[in-house]
Ligand binder design. Structure first.
Ligand code: MN
Ligand code: MN
Length: 294
């Protein structure tokens, strides 16, 4: 029988997820998972995003070479995943809405991640409630402007149409879109919502917005499936990661009021790289949020 070794004063417990995350009460930025896939029209599975992203975050450096900033200098917290029961769409959207309103009520900047795009609706609406002059910047492969999908107006393929119904199509700016129905194409052309994912075009839109509050909704299938295959509706012809990060960085110092990072179905990517891409994107988003114009 041996004595246990003496407790070392240098013991350090591993931070659960996302290096350096702090107690909720101290946080300026709130990360939380909205992992639900109830209307995924093709390959479901984004309900599992939370686990995969947090696991991927273990292997992540806290410092961003892209923005030359460290997560360790930022007060952010990870609330974990909201409990979102499969199938219960109405309840799920209501619960996401009440959770994000609570976070906003604490003056914390919300960054939601994980699930299919419909979950963005209550997130954007909560931002719009606080900021009636809200502009929405939308990164995606898909327009998500369908009036309905198989008779349902509330799906991940209709979400930005429902957002635009509320905030006005003139306040929706879509980048990276390369797929949709003829009906969506016509709606997008009628309202001029589509913009190429280029530095010049993003700069032009941001200049036109000035100091208006901006919500960024980011469907990660905007990336090419060669670097992000773990998603429900992969779409060839997407942008590479450098272009994507370049676009994100253009939001630096802007009046951001909320962000999301969605559509990770990790099981379709056996390499796990897609989850790493989302984790690293969240790192960049946390840094961006910390430098937002207030
Ligand atoms: Mn989408
Ligand atoms: Mn998409």
């Amino acid at each position: 029988m041996h004595d246990l070794p003496p407790t070392s004063p240098t013991h350090e417990f591993v931070t659960p997820f996302f290096l350096g995350s702090c107690e909720p009460a101290e946080a300026d930025i709130a990360l939380f998972g909205v992992c639900w896939d109830g209307t995924s029209s093709f390959k479901a599975g984004s309900r599992f995003a939370g686990f995969a992203v947090r696991e991927a975050s273990f292997g992540m450096e806290e410092f961003s070479f892209y923005q030359q900033a460290s997560l360790l200098d930022i007060k952010y917290t990870d609330y974990g995943d909201l409990f979102l029961p499969p199938g219960q769409k109405g309840r799920v959207l209501e619960d996401i809405g009440s959770a994000v309103r609570e976070i906003r009520g604490k003056s914390q900047f919300p960054i939601a991640f994980g699930g299919e795009h419909l979950v963005a609706y209550p997130l954007v609406m909560a931002a719009h409630r606080d900021h009636p002059d809200l502009a929405v910047i939308h990164f995606d492969a898909h327009a998500d402007l369908r009036p309905d999908l198989w008779g349902d107006e509330w799906t991940h393929a209709t979400i930005l149409g429902r957002v635009a119904d509320k905030i006005g199509y003139e306040n929706l700016f879509q980048f990276g879109i390369r797929s949709g129905s003829k009906e969506e194409w016509d709606i997008a052309q009628q309202h001029g919502t589509l913009h190429p994912f280029t530095k010049e075009e993003i700069a032009k839109v941001l200049d036109s917005l000035g100091d208006r509050p901006i919500y960024l909704t980011c469907d990660m299938d905007v990336l090419d499936p060669s670097i992000y295959p773990g998603t429900g509706t992969p779409e060839p012809g997407g942008i590479d990661y450098a272009t994507f990060i370049g676009g994100l960085k253009q939001l630096k110092g802007r009046r951001l009021v909320g962000m999301d990072c969605l559509e990770l179905a990790p099981h379709y990517d056996p390499t796990g790289v897609s989850a790493i891409v989302m984790a690293k994107t969240l790192r960049e988003m946390i840094i961006l949020a910390s430098q937002r114009k207030r």
